[in-house]
Write a protein that binds this ligand. Structure first.
Ligand code: C2E
Ligand code: CA
Ligand code: CA
Length: 591
């Protein structure tokens, strides 16, 4: 019967054979009767656990052996069960994963599958079959194993999966479910519109009336928003006061207007909580699925459009590419940077500094990345400028320094301590406590301050205040290394620079790019190299992309470089691998 090709097991092989095997060995003197008793007990135990043990011929499908509580599990007698065509019993949705096609089965493979079977009373039972296909002495393929009723755990699992996709406050799908839906729809290719909706001034409701009142408002609005949906549309709650709608079709501007009007009406109709009547408004950002290839881009587009609408204090805006150029995008991102730091989405990547004469790693620069849940991996260009102006700038600095010091600790632990540089804006260190914090940080990780480099950009150095100079020099006195980034691009007076204790000058890649030509750029590099020698500082060339550039720089007297020729900025794990590789090739002392 179909059951036979559909099922056969392996647990039986392991459990029974192992038990019987050990029984033979341990009870070598035992009688046949004892062994038989052992076998009976094994089978009884298995059927007590709600399992079936089976063996059948894979090619003919005939059952050779079936034990266990068939009736309890399936509602059929063993005879009925054997005679049924099992293909008609398997749930249609599970046929693909559950049905076994004899032609496709290799001997000795382990089979482990789960699927629903229809019981005699019409209800479904989840069965797990763990089997193995074997070839017997006569060359017949048999499948043998054990089938377990896993209905309870499967239902539990399904319920958990359902809850993981649900917003518990409103009963709507959550962000996770939205992402899945978007991916499915983008894969399917039918056009749709993604609409993100953020309630205006909802925070005030929460702050003045309390969270419970805020929750009530959200539930009411959610219910209203759901009322006008068509069957193929989706409404999700994706954050505090943020909702998303997926609307089927290629919508015209007037159709979009109509949707937005309905949404505005749902939000602005009065809500009464604690005897107070509220009317809310919203901002919507809209993006068409037809202009993007992936979910992250679609989300980003709708998000940018929403922020743009919010900033312009209008009800909605449809994304177009001009918005992406504007600072709207940065604004939309900086809004949740603090939460992102807490969720550990801000990651430092590491780009090695290489001594080109030896090919060894002599340091690395930490470059910040944001592993954004909706938008993918973001470079500093996408969020840094506004982040530095926002309230989160201190958290960002703290997080990058933490990671940099952790990396020093980590490379020290593998026996190859690598000096790590962190980028710091001068404005961030105005805080007089900064050097104490840093002392504490390195002490906490048991790291020598000399292994931490602080990279400041020259534009920042441009007229650093007396206080800044004092803080930098104090940091230097405490043993931290000071590096000046993008040297030569700013307008800092040399005089001013000479009041700083500098350990490293970095040559910007706009000069490196033209080092092969006998022009101004090359002269500037030469000058920086000479100046560094006088200051007792090291020079590092940035953005080295070709062997020719590397050779020219070495000739000029700048043997340390950073660039795609050697490696891009790498995630921590990959950087550590690189360091291990480097460590295996000798023992150049890091400078
Ligand atoms: P930067 O400090 O001048 O960093 C060097 C930039 O050049 C990095 O871009 C790096 O990935 C890129 N780069 C490296 N090698 C090559 C190459 O061979 N060719 C080319 N074309 N580019 C190369 P990234 O990571 O996008 O960083 C951009 C800027 O963002 C940095 O410029 C730095 O000023 C700032 N930044 C990065 N991380 C932080 C941070 O944690 N804090 C602060 N305040 N600023 C940061
Ligand atoms: Ca830098
Ligand atoms: Ca630089």
């Amino acid at each position: 019967s179909g059951w036979e090709s559909g099922h056969d097991g392996w647990w039986m092989t392991v459990v029974t054979l192992a038990m019987l095997g050990s029984a033979y060995i341990a009870f070598g003197h035992a009688t046949r009767r004892d062994i038989h008793a052992e076998e009976v007990e094994t089978l009884e135990t298995i059927s007590l656990g709600g399992a079936l043990v089976h063996r059948s011929d894979l090619d003919t499908g005939s059952t050779q052996h079936l034990r266990g509580d068939v009736f309890g599990i399936t509602g059929y007698t063993p005879e009925e069960w054997i005679s049924l065509d099992h293909r008609t019993l398997v749930h249609p949705d599970d046929i693909d994963t559950f049905w076994l096609w004899p032609d496709e089965v290799e001997p000795n493979t382990m089979i482990d599958r789960v699927g629903r079977y229809r019981r005699a009373d019409g209800s479904w039972v989840w069965l797990r079959d763990v089997s193995r296909v074997q070839i017997d002495r006569r060359g017949h393929r048999t499948i043998r194993g054990i089938v377990i009723d896993v209905t309870e755990s499967e239902e539990h699992r399904i319920e958990l999966a359902r809850l993981a996709r649900l917003d518990l406050l409103t009963g709507l799908p959550n962000r996770h479910a939205l992402h899945e839906e978007l991916e499915t729809r983008l894969g399917g290719g039918d056009p749709f519109v993604l609409l993100l909706l953020d309630l205006d001034r909802f925070k005030e409701v929460n702050d003045t009336l309390g969270h419970e009142a805020g929750d009530d408002v959200l539930r009411i609005i959610a219910a209203r928003l759901g009322e006008g949906l068509c069957p193929g549309d989706l409404l999700a709650r994706i954050g505090g006061d943020e909702f998303a709608m997926v609307i089927e079709g290629l919508l015209s501007p007037s159709e979009i207007e109509a949707h937005v009007e309905r949404i505005s009406a749902a939000c602005s109709a009065p809500v009464t909580v604690h005897n107070i009547e509220l009317a809310l408004s919203q901002s919507c950002g809209i993006a068409h699925s037809t202009s993007v290839a992936d979910r992250a881009t679609l989300m980003r587009h709708a998000d940018i459009a929403m922020y743009s609408a919010k900033r312009a204090a209008i009800s909605h805006r449809v994304f177009d590419s001009s918005l992406e150029q504007s600072s709207t995008m940065q604004l939309s991102l900086s809004a949740d940077l603090t939460a992102a730091i807490e969720r550990r989405e801000i990651e430092l990547y590491y780009q090695p500094k290489i001594d080109m004469r030896t090919g060894r790693i002599v340091g690395a620069e930490g470059l910040v990345r944001w592993r954004h849940p909706d938008f993918g991996l973001l470079s500093p260009a996408g969020f840094l400028e506004l982040a530095l102006l926002s309230e989160s700038s201190n958290d960002l600095l703290r997080s990058t320094l933490d990671q940099a010091v952790e990396m020093i600790r980590c490379t020290s632990d593998i026996g190859r301590p690598i000096p790590i540089a962190a980028n710091i804006a001068f404005a961030s260190i105005r805080d007089i406590g900064f050097s104490d914090d840093l002392d504490e940080l390195v002490a906490h990780h048991g790291v020598a301050p000399g292994l931490l480099t602080l990279e400041f950009t020259e534009n920042d150095v441009d007229r650093p205040s007396d206080e800044t100079v004092a803080v930098v020099n104090r940091l230097s006195a405490r043993g931290f290394k000071i590096s000046i980034d993008d040297f030569g691009t700013g307008h800092s007076s040399l005089e001013r620079l000479l009041t700083l204790q500098v350990d490293e000058l970095k040559i910007d890649r706009i000069f490196v790019r033209r080092v092969l030509e006998d022009g101004l750029e090359r002269k500037i590099i030469q000058t920086i190299v000479d100046l560094a020698a006088r200051l007792g500082a090291r020079v590092v060339a940035e953005g080295v992309e070709t062997d020719e550039q590397a050779d020219a720089l070495t000739d000029i007297g700048c043997p340390v470089a950073q660039g795609f020729l050697f490696a891009p900025a790498l995630p921590a794990e990959e950087f550590i691998e690189l360091v291990r590789h480097d460590a295996a090739h000798g023992s150049l002392v890091p400078s």
